[in-house]
Design a protein around this ligand. Structure first.
Ligand SMILES: Cc1ncc(COP(=O)(O)O)c(C=O)c1O
Length: 200
């Protein structure tokens, strides 16, 4: 089968997922699993949606979902993008917004998918070392670049930068895309959503 793969796919190194234990009763916090059980409201919403409408094609713009998320975060629905998990949204971001002549900057220790997406989409990138305390040093990102992507908190260190640092980064790069990946923001970091509101 591999003889049908493109040269690009041949050159990729497959992503190796973290350990996936299968013992029952284990909650994997590293994959955002909830230790509190499924929300009864989520279960009700899912069962209410599981009827004859399943045979229909869904709304391709996910309008209703984007409206609800917008209300929750005090945004405009047009400022919300819906995808199948963060990885798909990241794929669109890398492909559409982060591919420039100058390198894309991200930490040397970070979500390992970033470099995989760069290779997949042919994006020039530069890894910026964390400091001796495993922290992202914002000053190191105040340099010419094509774009920046930063998880906040960073993964897998779990260490977050304050919103003021993110604001500095954005103000210093008015002509570049600065993507803040908040996959783990609910575990304890300030969301950059207020900055979206401020600049819109
Ligand atoms: C920083 C970061 N962003 C995104 C993801 C992907 O999340 P999802 O499972 O929602 O695709 C991960 C998964 O480990 C991650 O660490």
């Amino acid at each position: 089968m591999s003889r049908f793969w493109s040269p690009l796919v041949h050159s990729l190194t497959p992503y190796v997922a973290g350990e996936q234990p299968t013992m029952s009763g284990l909650v994997k916090l590293n994959t955002n699993e909830s230790p509190y059980g499924t929300s009864p409201r989520a279960l009700t919403a899912i069962s209410e949606a599981t009827d004859d409408r399943l045979r229909l094609y869904p709304d391709p713009t996910a309008r209703r979902l984007r409206e609800v998320i917008a209300v929750r975060h005090d945004l405009d629905p047009d400022q919300v993008f819906a995808g199948n998990g963060s990885d798909e949204v990241l794929a669109h971001i890398f492909h559409a917004l982060l591919n420039h002549e100058e390198p894309l900057l991200f930490p040397d220790i970070t979500y390992s998918f970033y470099s995989t997406y760069c290779r997949l989409y042919g994006i020039n990138f530069r890894r910026i070392p964390l400091d001796e305390n495993m922290q992202v040093r914002i000053e190191d990102y105040l340099q010419p670049c094509g774009a920046i992507i930063l998880p906040n908190p960073n993964a897998p260190t779990g260490i977050a930068r304050p919103l003021s640092d993110i604001e500095t980064l954005i103000r210093q790069h008015p002509d570049q895309v600065v993507a803040i990946d908040e996959a783990y923001v609910d575990f304890g970091a300030e969301s950059a959503i207020p900055l979206v509101k401020e600049t819109s």
